[in-house]
Write a protein that binds this ligand. Structure first.
Ligand SMILES: [Zn+2]
Length: 328
């Protein structure tokens, strides 16, 4: 993977590529970004580019070093492993794989690059162990800490790292990527990018999930026929939703919100192209005619309230029943 194949993250890419060009990487970096946001891809491109035999600010993809990097077998790229069951990266793991290993010179290239994924799980003793390496690293060592958040790090660790934060992509970038890479029609890509909230990895996994498509279908059918349903039917609908998606209620609420936003948008603009659920434009236009602005706002508020109740651990079935009755 080259930097130029990575969508977005221009500031992070510029910083890393400059370091490659000047052959002056810092000794330690923290890449911060949510799960699946592309930290590993950036770290891999950076490591391969630093070790590429051709120079330049991209891995050439053709030299022996790049080939080893691409196959995951470069002896100078060390991916720190941890016990799968554990929720922490323990001191023994940091010692054997980083602080002791770093004394051994690189085998092949000019650098030894340590990639520590889920670095937010490095516990306190491990951070202290790591600190010794960060305070006095050999010139060939480059540490890449990939973390969902910088909050849990010691100040002394943070102060020795270059801190780079990934930023969410725009919906247009995600939609375009889905259409190109997943061969997805625009209306479908738009729904998924609304959910992925700028996270390409999440968009990719939603695109491949059949569950997600099924869930969306169920919700849209329910919302489109809301007004024809008698209260006792609605209660049964709520139970069915709860039965099928108990663990994923917040996603169901996300679908609701996108639907009612679409109805609002249609009411204001009467443009199909502006909708996220474009394939349901007819049902949305009907709802836009039927529902007042005031009612739409009340529905969105009811969904927000339902989210709060769920967070307060009110039973999901009851929350859904209440919500459907209120919306109706
Ligand atoms: Zn190369």
């Amino acid at each position: 993977m080259k930097f130029s194949d990575i969508i977005g993250q221009d500031a992070v890419k510029a910083h890393l590529q400059r370091a490659v060009r000047l052959k002056q990487p810092s000794q330690a970096y923290i890449l911060e970004g949510e799960k699946l946001s592309g930290k590993k891809t950036l770290a891999n491109a950076f490591a391969a580019a630093l070790l590429c035999e051709r120079g330049g600010d991209e891995p050439c993809g053709e030299c022996h070093s790049c080939k080893m990097a691409a196959s995951g077998n470069h002896p100078d790229i060390i991916r720190v492993m941890r016990e799968k069951k554990s929720n922490e990266i323990k001191i023994g793991e940091i010692r054997t794989q980083v602080t002791e290993d770093v004394a051994v010179r690189p085998y092949y290239g000019p650098y030894k690059i340590y990639i520590i994924d889920e670095a937010e799980k490095i516990n306190l003793p491990s951070q202290n162990a790591l600190l010794k390496t960060l305070e006095d690293p050999p010139a060939y060592a480059v540490l890449l800490l990939l973390a969902t958040s910088m909050d849990g790090f010691l100040q002394t660790v943070l102060s020795r790292c270059i801190k780079l934060s990934l930023t969410p992509l725009s919906d247009v970038q995600v939609t375009g990527w889905l259409m190109r890479n997943e061969n997805m029609p625009e209306y479908e890509a738009k729904v998924i990018s609304a959910f992925a909230q700028g996270n390409l990895g999440k968009a990719g996994s939603l695109a491949e999930s059949e569950d997600f498509a099924q869930m969306r279908q169920t919700v849209v059918e329910l919302l489109a026929h809301m007004d024809d349903r008698a209260p006792d039917q609605l209660l049964a609908d709520a139970d069915a939703l709860d039965e099928a998606y108990r663990e994923r209620m917040t996603e169901i609420f996300d679908f609701f919100v996108i639907w009612y936003r679409d109805v609002l948008v249609y009411k204001a603009l009467e443009k199909k192209e502006a909708l996220t659920y474009q394939e349901d434009a007819y049902a949305i236009s009907q709802a836009a005619r039927r529902l007042s602005y005031r009612k739409l706002k009340a529905n969105l508020a009811a969904i927000a309230k339902a989210r709060e109740h769920l967070a307060e651990r009110v039973g999901s079935g009851r929350v859904m029943q209440q919500l459907l009755l209120e919306i109706r």
